[in-house]
Design a protein around this ligand. Structure first.
Ligand SMILES: [Zn+2]
Length: 328
């Protein structure tokens, strides 16, 4: 009996190990976008990609006002190029029973700005992961920047997920619908890029206005999500605690944009931050808590699939990516 049980275990191990490999081979053959699946308590989580955003040169978008030698040296230390930072666009999909919840939607394909063909892959990536757009019941938007909200819209401005419920911070909604939102604490004041973002965000919020659900700090949703205000990147920028069966994952949205730079220097800003000093203060506080609590983290813009932990390093922190023996 013991030998039979052992053989059964070996057989089962063999099956579980071969499934991702089979899927990988099928993905390569059929030009399927990669996806990454795992469980969190009772929840089934899938990470899909909306593509990436290449940012070059690194400064002044990253670490504005910091001597370039210091920035370059940190990038070189992490074996990264000093010429650009390529932002991932990692989208988390949560399945709980019949509910399918998206957190952010990527850039979309042009209604609220054009990021080009390196992004806007949401629907193909969802389909390749075996999730149809009709199955999406709820969409949480961490903040109203075009690379997070754009995927809600088709090119003609109609909704990609017409039956899904959309959730956005009340503070965020109020800020972007002001006649003249305050960007005096940002490095983007009066820039062409800011004008574009303002115009597109006005447009998309007009479409969402009749149906969007506005949430406050610490709102709980669906018995598995808690929404925490983390202001600075935008006034209503929100991080998302996902929990089930005693396990937790924190989706940090745009708390930071470079693992090589901003864990070591949480005070180094990002020019896309609406309030660069407040963003730095929030980053420092949240990163410290994540390191202390050893919480599993999901990051929208860090290298694929954006999952890892934060570890203390001297007076600062570092990103420890979760690793996997094979894709899947
Ligand atoms: Zn972003």
């Amino acid at each position: 009996m013991e030998r039979r049980a052992l053989l059964k275990d070996i057989f089962l191990l063999g099956i579980t190990a071969s499934l991702p490999l089979k899927r990988l081979l099928a993905q390569q053959k059929n030009n399927i976008r990669p996806f990454h699946q795992f469980k969190l308590g009772e929840l089934e989580l899938t990470v899909i990609t909306d593509g990436s955003i290449r940012m070059t040169p690194v400064q002044p978008m990253f670490a504005p006002g910091i001597p370039s030698a210091a920035v370059d040296s940190l990038l070189v230390n992490s074996f990264r190029t000093t010429k650009e930072i390529d932002l991932g666009i990692n989208i988390l999909v949560i399945r709980k029973g019949k509910q399918t919840i998206l957190i952010d939607t990527g850039t979309g394909n042009g209604f609220d700005g054009n990021f080009g063909s390196d992004s806007g892959w949401l629907i193909k990536s969802l389909t390749d992961a075996g999730i149809s757009r009709e199955e999406v019941t709820d969409i949480i938007i961490t903040h109203a920047h075009p690379d997070h909200i754009g995927g809600l819209f088709n090119n003609d401005g109609s909704l990609v997920f017409p039956t899904a419920q959309v959730y956005l911070s009340a503070i965020e909604y109020a800020f972007w619908t002001l006649d003249k939102p305050d960007f005096s604490k940002s490095k983007m004041e009066n820039s062409e890029q800011l004008k574009q973002i303002l115009a597109s965000t006005h447009k998309v919020l007009q479409v969402l206005k009749p149906t969007v659900h506005l949430f406050d700090d610490q709102t709980e949703l669906f018995g598995c999500i808690r929404l925490q205000k983390a202001p600075g990147h935008t006034p209503g920028h929100t991080i998302v605690h996902v929990y089930s069966g005693g396990e937790e994952l924190v989706h940090i949205a745009d708390l930071l944009h470079s693992d090589a730079l901003q864990f070591q220097h949480t005070e180094w800003g990002f020019s896309g931050d609406t309030d660069i000093a407040l963003a730095a203060a929030t980053r420092k506080k949240v990163v410290a808590t994540l390191a202390t609590n050893k919480t599993k983290v999901f990051a929208y813009h860090l290298p694929w699939p954006g999952i890892g932990h934060v570890r203390s390093k001297g007076n600062a922190y570092e990103w420890v990516m979760e690793t996997y023996p094979i894709p899947g």
